[in-house]
Design a protein around this ligand. Structure first.
Ligand SMILES: *[C@@H]1O[C@H](CO)[C@@H](O)[C@H](O)[C@H]1NC(C)=O
Ligand SMILES: *[C@@H]1O[C@H](CO)[C@@H](O)[C@H](O)[C@H]1NC(C)=O
Ligand SMILES: *[C@@H]1O[C@H](CO)[C@@H](O)[C@H](O)[C@H]1NC(C)=O
Ligand SMILES: *[C@@H]1O[C@H](CO)[C@@H](O)[C@H](O)[C@H]1NC(C)=O
Ligand SMILES: *[C@@H]1O[C@H](CO)[C@@H](O)[C@H](O)[C@H]1NC(C)=O
Ligand SMILES: *[C@@H]1O[C@H](CO)[C@@H](O)[C@H](O)[C@H]1NC(C)=O
Length: 885
C-alpha cells in the first residue's frame, strides 16, 4: 500500500515548511545557528558591472556543448544546427569559423509529424563534441529526433562527407540527460537513447558494443545522467587494465529506502574500460557494472537532497586522491534549494569493494552470503591473467551470474566531512566547476564556480570547511539556465554556455575591489592589495596583502574612501542619512559625536535600515557628527561622515545649497520634471510639473536617465537658479510626510534578531507613494507633496552661481559634485537589485520590465499556496509509482 503518506519524516517536513516560509516571507523562521542555510554572496554584480567579459552569439541558439582545447587556444561550441570554433582568448573575435549542420526539411517534417515541437525540438541539437584523434573531432546531434554523428576536420573546420547513424550513441531528445566520453578511440555514453527504451550505459565502439542488463535485474531505472569521467586506476600496468569509467546520475530508487518520501536516488556507477562482456552469461553486457548510492544530506534536519544535477571531477595525482563535487537539489522542482557535496573517489572504491545488495522476497537487502572468486565486477588485471583469466570472457559462469544479479552495493558513499560543503536555499545551482588556487598564505583553496538556473554565477571559496561566496555575477540580461561551465585555468577564463550565447569571464576581477578593506574582506584567493590597488595574485606576488582565513588583517585606514556630507534640516523633519554598503555581508554601525547610537527602537528617534539611518522628527539635540561604519568580519570601517544641523526656525530662509539636495533627494525625477517643465511651462510655475505625469515614469532606466542628464545639464544651472528663487520666496509648510520613495523591498529571507527595525523601516516607507504602488521600485518622486507644497531637505555645501555662499563647513570636505548624489540616487533604479539585509540575507529590489505586473502584487501567501498546491499534486502523482514497486 501507499508507504508515502504513512512515513514522512517529520523533521524533514518541518524543514521544508521552514524552507518554504523562508522563501516566501520576510519573517523567516528562526533557523538554528549551527546550520547556515543561506550563505549570502558578499557582493552582487550585474551584467553591466562585469569586467573583461566577452560574449559570443551566433545566428543560432542553445549553445550547450562546449569543448575547450586550451593549448590550441580554441573553444569549440555546439549549438542548435551549428558548430563554432572560437578563439579562447576572446570568444567575441569576429568571423569565427562555423559549420552549419541542421536537420533536413524532410527530417524536420517527420519530427513534427511525431508530435514534436518544431520551434524547439525539431533541429539538430549538438549533444556530443569531443576530440577523436589529432586531426578530427567527433560530433553527434539529435537531428530532429533521428540522431547522426560525424567527424569534423579540425584543421579546416569542416564536416566529413560521411555521416554515421547516431541512434545508439546520442539521445533523440535534446533535453534528455546524456553524458559521454571518447577515450583512446573508444566511445562510452549513457542516456535514455530512444523514446521507449530504458536508459543505458554503453560502449559504442570498438566492437563488441556493450550495454547494461535489463532482466532479471534491471540495472538502471529511469536514470537521468549528468556526468562521466575516466579514472586511470591501473598501477604498474602498461595496458591500463584497471582503468574505469564512472557515471553519475539520478534514478528511481529500487531498494527499500529509509526515507520513503523520496522516490529518487543519486548514484555513482562504474565499468571497466577493458570489459569485453561475458561468453555465455552477460554476452555483450558489462561484466564490471557496479553502482552505489551517493548521499548528500543535511544531518541536523535529516534533509536528503536526492537529485543530482551536475558533477565536476577534480583529478588528483592518482585515482585515490581524486575528488568529485556534486550539485544536489530536491525532488520537488518548485522548491529552490541546492547543496554541494564533495566526495573522494577512494570512498567510492571502498563502496565497490564492500558488500553487495540483493533482491530477497522482492526487497533489496544486503547480501551476506558467500561471494564467488574472482570478485564479481572487478576488472581483469595481471593478477587474473596469472590465474589464467585473460579477459572478462574467461570469467566463470557463477561469477557472471552473480554480477548480473548484484549491480548495487550496500555501502553508501557519504560526502567528505559527512555533510554538504554548502547548502543554499532559494537558489538552484545547476552547473559546477572547481578550481584549486594557491593563496599567499601557502594554502591551496578550493574555489567553486556555480551556475544557477537563472543565469547567475556564484564564486565561492572553501575556507577550512566554511563556504564563503565571494560574489554573485549576473551573466545574462535575460534569465536563463547555465547549460555548461568550462574552466580554462591557464588562460584564467571561465566559459558559460546558455540558450542565448556563450559568455567568457575572467576567473577573478580584482580591480572591482576599490579599497584595501574591500580587497581583503572579499577573501578572494585570486586577489591581493598592492598598496594602491587590488591586483591578481598571479601577476605580482610581491608585498601583496591578502587574508583568506579571516578576511580582516592587513589594512590600515580607510580615510581616502570616506564620503563627507552635510545636512541642514528643519526641526521635526525626517532625515535619511544614506549609507550604502557595497558588501552584502557588512552591517552598518552609526555613531553620533563619537558615541554609539544604540537601540533603534520605536522611541529612540532613529531607525537604521539597509541604505541608511533615518532620523525621525529631528530635534535640535540630534545635531552633530554622524559616522556610518561598515562592520564586516568584526572590523569597523568608516565609510560615511555626516554633519547634521537641525534648525528650529521654521521660516529660516532656504539655503541656496538646497539646489544640490533638490537634485539628489528627488533624484532623477526632478530632472525629468524640470525638463518637462522647461519644455511645457514657464519656469516660475514650478508646482505644476510636480504632479507626476506620464513623462515622469519614462525616466526609469539608467540609459534614459543618462541621456536626460546630458540633455539637461546645460540648462540645469539656469533652471535651478530660477527654481530656487521661487522656492525661497515660498513659505514652506513643514509637513510630516515622508520623503522616501517606496522601494518595493521583497525580503528574501531575513533571518536575524534586529529584523523588527528593518521591517519598521520598510513598512514606514511603504505608505508613501501610493500612486506608485504598481512599481516595485520607483525613483523618488513628488508623491509626498501635500497640497502642492514641496518639502525640501536642505544640505550640501554646494555653491550655486549668483547666490550667497553657505556657512563655512565645519570639516574640510571636497565640494560634492551635483551628480555625485545623483548617482547615489540611481542605485535605487537598478533592475533586480539584490541588496543586503542585516548581514545574513539580502533583499531583492526587483524591477519588472513589462508593465503592469509588479512582484509586489504577487503576494507571498499566494506564492506559498501555489507551491503547496503543486506539491500536493506531485505527491499524488508519486503514489502509484511507489505502490507499484
Ligand atoms: C574581445 O574582442 C572584442 C572585439 O574584438 C573587444 O571589444 C573586447 O574588448 C575583447 N574582450 C576582451 C576581454 O579582451
Ligand atoms: C533552446 O533555447 C530556447 C530558448 O532560446 C529554450 O526555450 C529551449 O528550451 C532550449 N532548448 C534546449 C534543448 O536547451
Ligand atoms: C586569438 O586572439 C588573439 C588576440 O586576441 C591572437 O593573438 C591569437 O592568435 C588568436 N588565437 C587563435 C587561435 O586564433
Ligand atoms: C511549425 O509547424 C507549423 C505547422 O504545424 C508551421 O505553421 C510553422 O511555421 C512551423 N514553425 C517552424 C519554425 O518551422
Ligand atoms: C582521424 O580519424 C579520421 C576519421 O576516422 C581519419 O580519417 C583520420 O585519418 C584520422 N587521423 C589520424 C591522424 O589518424
Ligand atoms: C590466456 O592466455 C595464455 C597465454 O596467452 C594462454 O596460455 C591461456 O590458455 C589463455 N587462457 C584462456 C582461458 O584462454
Amino acid at each position: 500500500m501507499c508507504i508515502w503518506t504513512r512515513v514522512f519524516n517529520m523533521r524533514a517536513l518541518l524543514f521544508l515548511v521552514m524552507l518554504l516560509s523562508a522563501v516566501s516571507q520576510p519573517q523567516a523562521f528562526p533557523f538554528s545557528a549551527s546550520l547556515d542555510v543561506d550563505v549570502t554572496p558578499r557582493t552582487t554584480v550585474f551584467v553591466k558591472g562585469l569586467l573583461d567579459s566577452s560574449r559570443f552569439t551566433g545566428s543560432t541558439r542553445n549553445y550547450s556543448t562546449l569543448l575547450l582545447e586550451e593549448e590550441a587556444g580554441l573553444l569549440y561550441v555546439g549549438g542548435r544546427g551549428a558548430l563554432y570554433a572560437l578563439n579562447a582568448s576572446n570568444i567575441s573575435t569576429p568571423a569565427s569559423p562555423r559549420v552549419d549542420w541542421d536537420a533536413s526539411p524532410e527530417q524536420k517534417r517527420q519530427c513534427l509529424n511525431k508530435g514534436r515541437d518544431n520551434k524547439t525540438e525539431c533541429f539538430n541539437h549538438i549533444r556530443f563534441l569531443q576530440r577523436h584523434n589529432e586531426t578530427h573531432l567527433y560530433v553527434c546531434g539529435t537531428n530532429a529526433f533521428r540522431p547522426l554523428c560525424a567527424y569534423i576536420d579540425s584543421e579546416r573546420f569542416s564536416l566529413s562527407s560521411s555521416l554515421e547513424d547516431g541512434r545508439d550513441r546520442c539521445p533523440y531528445d535534446p533535453t534528455k540527460g546524456y553524458t559521454g566520453l571518447l577515450v583512446d578511440g573508444e566511445m562510452f555514453t549513457a542516456s535514455q537513447y530512444e523514446f521507449r527504451s530504458s536508459p543505458d550505459v554503453r560502449r559504442n565502439f570498438p566492437f563488441p558494443t556493450l550495454r547494461t542488463e535489463e532482466a532479471p535485474t534491471r540495472w538502471l531505472l529511469e536514470a537521468d545522467f549528468v556526468g562521466s569521467a575516466l579514472l586511470r586506476e591501473s598501477v604498474n600496468s602498461s595496458v591500463g587494465d584497471d582503468d574505469k569509467i564512472y557515471f553519475f546520475f539520478t534514478e528511481r530508487s529500487q531498494e527499500q529506502m529509509a526515507y520513503p518520501s523520496r522516490t529518487k536516488v543519486s548514484r555513482v556507477a562504474r565499468v571497466c574500460k577493458t570489459d569485453w562482456g561475458g561468453q555465455r552469461t552477460l554476452q555483450r553486457k558489462w561484466t564490471s557494472f557496479l553502482k552505489a548510492r551517493l548521499v548528500c544530506s543535511v544531518p541536523e534536519y535529516e534533509l536528503h537532497l536526492n537529485v543530482l544535477r551536475s558533477v565536476f571531477v577534480l583529478h588528483g595525482r592518482d585515482a585515490q586522491s581524486s575528488l568529485f563535487y556534486g550539485v544536489f537539489g530536491l525532488e520537488w522542482k518548485n522548491i529552490k534549494a541546492s547543496a554541494i557535496c564533495q566526495y573522494a573517489f577512494s570512498d567510492v572504491q571502498k563502496a565497490f569493494d564492500g558488500p553487495y545488495m540483493e533482491v530477497q522476497d522482492s526487497k533489496w537487502r544486503e547480501y551476506t552470503g558467500k561471494v564467488p572468486e574472482p570478485r564479481p565486477g572487478s576488472c581483469i588485471t595481471d593478477v587474473h591473467r596469472s590465474q589464467g583469466i585473460n579477459s572478462s570472457r574467461d570469467l566463470p559462469d557463477n561469477v557472471l551470474t552473480f554480477a548480473r544479479r548484484h549491480p548495487l552495493m550496500a555501502t553508501q558513499v557519504h560526502p567528505t566531512g559527512a555533510r554538504p560543503l554548502m547548502f543554499k536555499r532559494s537558489v538552484n545551482y545547476v552547473r559546477i566547476a572547481v578550481h584549486k588556487q594557491p593563496a599567499l598564505d601557502g594554502n591551496i583553496y578550493t574555489v567553486l564556480f556555480l551556475g544557477t538556473d537563472d543565469g547567475w554565477l556564484h564564486r565561492a571559496v572553501d575556507v577550512r570547511g566554511e563556504m564563503h561566496i565571494i560574489e554573485e555575477l549576473q551573466l545574462f540580461d535575460k534569465a536563463q539556465p547555465v547549460e555548461s561551465l568550462v574552466l580554462a585555468p591557464a588562460l584564467r577564463h571561465i566559459y558559460v554556455g546558455s540558450h542565448s550565447g556563450v559568455v567568457q569571464i575572467p576567473l577573478s576581477a580584482c580591480r572591482r575591489y576599490t579599497s584595501c578593506y574591500d580587497c581583503v574582506f572579499a577573501r578572494d584567493p585570486f586577489c591581493g592589495w598592492s598598496g594602491r590597488e587590488c591586483v591578481e595574485v598571479s601577476h605580482s606576488r610581491w608585498n601583496l596583502t591578502q587574508d583568506i582565513l579571516k578576511g580582516t588583517r592587513g589594512c590600515k585606514d580607510n580615510s581616502g574612501n570616506v564620503v563627507h556630507r552635510r545636512r541642514s534640516v528643519m526641526s521635526g523633519d525626517d532625515v535619511l542619512l544614506q549609507c550604502e554598503l557595497h558588501s552584502n555581508l557588512a552591517t552598518p554601525r552609526w555613531t553620533l559625536n563619537g558615541r554609539e547610537l544604540q537601540g533603534y527602537g520605536l522611541n529612540s528617534g532613529y531607525r537604521v535600515g539597509t541604505d541608511g539611518l533615518l532620523i525621525i522628527g529631528a530635534g535640535v539635540q540630534q545635531s552633530g557628527s554622524y559616522r556610518c561604519f561598515a562592520v564586516e568580519n568584526a572590523v569597523s570601517v568608516l565609510v560615511y561622515f555626516y554633519t547634521v544641523r537641525v534648525h528650529t526656525d521654521p521660516y529660516f530662509p532656504m539655503e541656496p545649497t538646497a539646489a544640490t539636495d533638490l537634485t539628489s533627494a528627488l533624484g532623477t525625477t526632478v530632472i525629468a520634471a524640470i525638463t518637462a517643465g522647461l519644455t511645457e511651462r514657464p519656469p516660475p510655475s514650478l508646482p505644476a510639473p510636480l504632479s507626476p505625469g506620464p513623462e515622469l515614469r519614462t525616466y526609469r532606466h539608467m540609459e534614459a536617465v543618462y541621456i536626460s542628464l546630458v540633455a539637461v545639464l546645460g540648462g540645469l544651472c539656469l533652471v535651478l537658479t530660477v527654481v530656487l528663487l521661487y522656492v525661497s520666496f515660498c513659505t514652506r509648510r513643514v509637513s510630516r510626510g515622508r520623503k522616501y520613495s517606496e522601494q518595493g523591498l521583497q525580503v528574501l529571507g531575513a533571518t536575524e534578531r534586529k529584523q523588527s527595525s528593518h521591517l519598521e523601516l520598510r513598512s514606514m516607507s511603504s505608505h508613501y507613494n501610493g500612486r506608485q504602488g504598481r512599481r516595485s521600485i520607483s525613483v523618488p518622486t513628488f508623491g509626498d507633496i501635500n497640497d502642492g507644497f514641496l518639502q525640501i531637505v536642505p544640505g550640501e555645501g554646494q555653491v550655486s552661481p549668483g547666490t550667497t555662499p553657505p556657512p563655512a563647513p565645519p570639516l574640510p570636505m571636497p565640494p560634492p559634485l551635483p551628480n555625485m548624489e545623483y548617482v547615489n540616487g540611481l542605485s535605487a533604479t537598478l533592475p533586480s537589485v539584490l541588496r543586503k539585509m542585516n548581514g545574513n540575507s539580502y533583499v531583492l529590489l526587483r524591477q519588472v520590465d513589462q508593465d503592469g505586473m509588479s512582484p509586489l502584487y504577487h503576494s507571498f501567501t499566494e506564492e506559498l499556496n501555489r507551491i503547496l498546491e503543486q506539491r500536493k499534486h506531485t505527491q499524488l502523482d508519486l503514489q502509484p509509482d511507489e505502490s507499484s514497486i
